[in-house]
Design a protein around this ligand. Structure first.
Ligand SMILES: [Zn+2]
Length: 407
């Protein structure tokens, strides 16, 4: 069957338009001849597309550039506030929202505590309401919002944005993306939180030398994501990176996923707090007991870290054991993936460099020896909006790939 020539021409025209617009977004201010050279298309084609983009008010003139001979070329730049896009981090207990303009600059951010995630439909309606209310306050019309990316912890089905299971929320089989989309007048996209976090963190630490990054989120739970080049490796169904549910201690405590001794069940923020709570309930002579005022149920991971910093033996034992197991988990992941870099992010990394050093020592001890292994292990940004920013970035990447921008 012959190719449909008309459709083909339309596709070529669309591809050229997206490439020109993206070139101005990423590399602008830039002139027409430089765009043509960069994209290997003719100057008249660039001129026609630029005219069209001017008409849509998505680019602007940024003055005249230098020229060796003849007339000075007009420099083109993105109209930064022509479009905005949203990232929402649906955290356990806190919702964080960022709004960026098309140039990637942050226009606004906010956070607000959320209650129990039940009933699910009510909780999701609340998330929607907070998002829409925040955007309304910024006085940005829905026609200028390109979409909203939502980051959700748990197993998220690729393509549908359904929550397969979210142990931290106690959710199972929730059509999250569908429910969010109802009532939101622009595209809504759901992605796993750690995958979103990894997309942002990798962009912050971007260098040409690093090809594969393993990003590990050490917080209330534990997750990981793999970035190769600029792309997120999602796996067949979108559920790769469940490092937290790799078993590191077969005799360990029961995990929320149903297995025993998962990394998350022994080394997450929740696990650190739970271990301290159990011990302090029967053993009051510890700095941790002092920090929680005798209320064992009120112990959180930060108190255990603070007590460890003060030299408390019990706290040190809990933290060292958590770091040891994280190192074991990382050694398995590094042996399997052979990344250039491991980025450690999440709330637990806010507890000083000692924790990172302990994890590193354990990882190196368990890693297959390889003399020329050039692996960098470093802490992430500790930006509390990192996951929300990543969710917005994932959304934009998807819209670019689908050619779904109103241009
Ligand atoms: Zn588990």
């Amino acid at each position: 069957m012959p190719y449909d020539k008309k459709l083909n021409q339309f596709q070529i025209a669309q591809t050229n338009k997206y490439n020109v617009f993206r070139c101005i977004v990423r590399e602008g201010p830039i002139n027409r001849a430089a765009i043509a050279k960069r994209l290997d298309i003719s100057i008249p084609t660039v001129m026609a597309i630029v005219e069209d983009l001017f008409g849509k008010k998505v680019i602007r003139s940024a003055g005249k550039g230098e020229s060796g001979v003849g007339k000075q070329p007009e420099i083109l730049a993105i109209e930064p506030d022509c479009f905005f896009y949203i990232g929402v981090d649906i955290g356990r207990g806190t919702l964080r929202i960022v709004v960026n303009n098309i140039a990637g600059a942050e226009a606004a951010s906010m956070k607000e505590p959320t209650g129990d995630p039940f009933p699910e439909k009510e909780f999701i309606s609340h998330v929607k309401k907070l998002t829409l209310r925040f955007v309304k306050k910024l006085k940005i019309g829905p026609d200028r919002i390109l979409g909203a990316g939502f980051a959700m912890p748990g197993l998220i089905e690729k393509g549908t944005g359904n929550v397969i299971v979210a142990p931290d929320f106690g959710w199972r089989g929730i059509p999250l993306q569908n429910w969010l989309q109802t009532g939101i007048p622009y595209p809504a996209l759901v992605k796993n939180s750690t995958q979103a976090l990894a997309v942002h963190e990798t962009s912050v630490f971007w260098t040409d030398e690093v090809h594969t990054t393993l990003c590990v989120n050490l917080g209330y739970g534990i997750g990981a994501a793999i970035i190769t080049g600029e792309d997120l490796y999602e796996g067949t169904g979108g559920i790769s990176g469940e490092l937290g549910h790799c078993v590191v201690d077969r005799d360990g405590p029961l995990c929320k996923c149903g297995n025993s001794g998962c990394l998350e069940a022994v080394s997450s923020g929740e696990a650190i707090a739970r271990q301290a709570q159990t011990i302090i309930a029967h053993h009051a002579r510890s700095k941790i007991a002092e920090l929680c005022g005798g209320n064992a149920a009120g112990i959180d991971a930060k108190m255990v870290f603070d007590a460890a910093k003060a030299g408390d033996g019990l706290a040190l034992k809990i933290i060292n054991s958590a770091a040891e197991n994280i190192g074991v988990g990382l050694s398995m992941a590094v042996n399997l993936l052979d990344p250039d870099r491991v980025l450690l992010c999440g709330g637990l990394m806010a507890n000083g460099p000692d924790f990172l050093d302990r994890i590193k020592a354990s990882m190196e001890e368990h890693l297959t020896a390889k003399a020329d292994r050039d692996l960098v292990l470093q802490a992430g940004t500790r930006d509390e909006y990192s996951t929300a920013k990543g969710a917005s970035r994932v959304l934009m990447n998807t819209l670019w790939a689908r050619r779904a921008l109103p241009i």
